[in-house]
Design a binder for this molecule. Structure first.
Ligand SMILES: [Zn+2]
Length: 442
């Protein structure tokens, strides 16, 4: 039963010097000044003796939470960059998604998740939609997460738009049954969480969206859905339903505290207010929105309204990096330039988006270092060149740090990355697999 000691950021506040993180199995028992923890131990708070592990020049932070990704898309990196959205969708996404085997899907997930661990991410929400009307492909993604050692939230997609590849599509009863089954299968698993994810207002019918929302209610989980990513999407929904996306979801009765909207780039004032009133969350993916030329989500207004904003990297072929620290930085810089005002964002708020709010939008006790939360944490090397000078570690972490500063990563109390090396699946093995899968692509 270890106590890890170093400087420590337990919530989204400033680093505390000489604190300890007390971990038992996969849970945090407490975080606080080392003396308080050792006194608690002396008082018999635990029957086991404590082993103190000190990270010299270390800063322990909550494991970073990636609240939106499509892992298989990592395999498509570089195949259709700098093209318009529809060319990108048809010539990269749809083209390769049609040919991926289950083994390829597993490889793509290992690749994406391996990169994330190296960037200090301990939980990923994988919005997965190559389902082939069953759950075996989703199981391959889950297996990859378990093999590499990252906590996974499987946003099991419900999709029925007939313009998409057959592999994505299911009838409403099929999607409901398969999602319900997958949820039941992993209900007791400590590292795997399943939630329904009706794809979007264009990828899922109204019946599918209603079924997804009802399923989330009966399973007591959040549900995730892409909302108003591109401008065309907003126009499309307004033409079809006479209302903008969020107002339309409100009229369907599904705008509630279980819903987390992905992107939400094209929003009017009333929709932001509605999201805040209903407790609907936002998973924001700034790099992806920039990469695809979608626009800048109204983060400042949504923050002011009280929307819970978490961060996502999105898929590897629309970002093309897998770092939540990079998304924190991007979120902040975009708002500063949009308002021509460098004071509109603060590093600590960005940090909360990449940690605590991620836990909230995934409905899990993660993203904070406190009793009862999962023992998911990342150790930053305060002696890394990118973290100098040391006075403002929070600011440096968000704005200055490079991946070289990530010293170690623990998920559920297990060390899975240290000193540049994945300790689970060797990086060379992932590289070999990716090269084998993609060698014949053009
Ligand atoms: Zn997405």
């Amino acid at each position: 039963m270890p106590i890890y000691t170093a400087d420590l950021i337990h919530g989204d506040g400033q680093p505390q010097s000489g604190w300890g993180l007390w971990v038992e199995d996969d849970q945090i028992l407490g975080a606080g000044p080392l003396k308080t923890l050792t006194n608690a131990l002396a008082d018999g708070a635990s029957a086991q003796p404590a082993e103190v592990i000190h990270f010299a020049n270390g800063l322990i932070i909550p494991g970073l939470v990636n609240s939106h990704n499509h892992s298989f898309q990592s395999l498509l990196k570089g195949f259709c960059d700098d093209e318009d959205f529809f060319t990108w969708r048809d010539q990269a996404l749809y083209k390769y998604a049609k040919t991926l085997s289950r083994e390829d899907i597993y490889t793509g997930a290992l690749f994406a998740f391996g990169e994330m661990l190296k960037a200090g991410i301990t939980t990923v929400c994988d919005f997965f939609y190559i389902n082939d009307q069953a759950n075996d492909n989703a199981r391959a993604v889950i297996q990859a997460a378990l093999d590499v050692g990252i906590r996974i939230v499987m946003a099991r997609t419900m999709y029925d738009w007939d313009g998409a590849p057959d592999r994505f599509r299911e009838s409403v009863p099929q999607a409901v049954e398969n999602t319900r089954q997958l949820h039941a299968e992993f209900k007791q698993h400590p590292m795997v969480h399943v939630l329904p994810a009706p794809h979007s207002l264009h990828g899922a019918s109204v019946e599918m969206i209603l079924a997804g929302a009802a399923l989330a209610e009966s399973l007591d989980t959040p549900f995730h859905m892409h909302i108003a990513e591109g401008q065309y999407e907003r126009t499309l929904i307004e033409e079809k339903h006479g209302k903008p996306p969020v107002a339309f979801l409100e009229s369907l009765g599904v705008l509630n505290q279980r819903l987390v909207g992905i992107h939400c780039v094209w929003m009017d004032d009333q929709e932001i207010e509605l999201m805040a009133q209903r407790g609907t969350g936002l998973s924001y993916n700034p790099s992806s929105n920039l990469f695809l030329g979608d626009g800048i989500t109204r983060i400042r207004e949504m923050q002011a309204a009280g929307v819970c904003i978490s961060l996502g990297t999105d898929g590897g072929c629309s970002n093309n990096r897998a770092s939540i620290i990079e998304e924190m930085r991007m979120t902040s810089l975009l708002q500063k330039v949009k308002f021509l005002d460098s004071t509109v964002t603060k590093a600590a708020d960005m940090f909360a988006m990449g940690t605590r709010h991620g836990g909230q939008n995934l409905g899990l006790p993660i993203g904070q270092l406190k009793a009862g939360f999962a023992a998911d944490f990342t150790v930053v090397n305060l002696n890394d060149l990118s973290m100098q000078p040391r006075q403002n570690a929070m600011n440096n972490l968000v704005y200055a740090s490079q991946p070289s500063a990530i010293q170690a990563v623990y998920v559920a109390g297990q060390k899975v990355f240290e000193q540049g090396q994945l300790l689970t699946v060797p990086e060379a093995e992932i590289v070999r697999r990716v090269q084998l899968t993609t060698a014949h692509w053009d």
